[in-house]
Design a protein. Structure first.
Length: 131
């Protein structure tokens, strides 16, 4: 997770001044594909069903790609601290989606962690600026 966070931070910094978020994201996906193919020999594979392959493409390439395009599009309007804090919303939104659409239960631990994350985001965005 630490490496993923670092990679996302680098990805964000590289996208701060992108003029065409769609084209840049497409190039990023195309550039990452050969690297992913290099990992195939190390992953146990079974042939997916047509439905499984379609769902993987829809959730991986389409929705993630659109998410990255939107992120690159709004990034120039955000301050660095706000952008970093906004990224911390991802697990909160994912947990809320699990509760709302998948019927997962809301535990006291999840509620407490959500309050802590949202509080940290609020403090980051609204903290007094150093002089």
């Amino acid at each position: 997770m630490m490496l993923a966070g670092i990679a996302w931070g680098i990805y964000t910094m590289l996208g701060k001044g992108v003029a065409d978020p769609f084209a840049r994201t497409a190039r990023n996906f195309i550039g990452a594909a050969p690297l992913a193919l290099l990992l195939l020999p190390f992953v146990p594979l079974s042939l997916p069903t047509v439905e499984g392959a379609a769902l993987a493409i829809a959730s991986g390439a389409v929705t993630s790609g659109l998410g990255y395009v939107v992120w690159y599009a709004v990034l120039p309007q955000l301050k660095v601290a706000t952008a970093g804090a906004a990224q911390l919303l991802v697990p909160v939104v994912a947990a809320a989606g699990g509760i709302l659409w998948l019927g997962e239960s809301l535990s006291l631990k999840l509620a407490a962690v959500t309050v802590l994350v949202l509080g940290g985001i609020w403090l980051t965005i609204h903290a007094p600026k150093p002089r």
